[in-house]
Design a protein. Sequence first.
Length: 150
Amino acid sequence: MDKKNIILIFLIAFLLILSIFLLQWRAANVVLQSSGDSYHIGEDISGRLSIRIDNNDFLEARTPILVALIAQNNSVLTTRTLSLEEFIEEGDNRIAKIESDGKQYYETPGTYSVEVERIIPYRFSEKGEYLLLFNVFDMDLTEQREITVS
């Protein structure tokens, strides 16, 4: 086999591997935000959880979301699992779904927010460090915020 054939085979293999990688890669479709990192005993958790849908994004309505409040000893104080559809319905900015291949999707670009206390109502009763966790499973995106209660 001469050098030209070896180079051609290597180039074809490289392009094939690169195209497989590019077809499987996708950018993050959501931005997760929360606020409220410092509280006093007796205060309710507050802040906003937000998901942003960008142009050309299609998020399945059944996508599971987890919101949890975890104490410093790693005990889960409160948690809620909901679908993207339920998250959108809890918020102030509701949008229509589209249907494709028997599944429902959201595609309208924008930011969709829900008050934390609407999803996990909680009143802090002890000082310490807490962790607010917001996870979109299918997209493997997690936002976590440390919270200090004094």
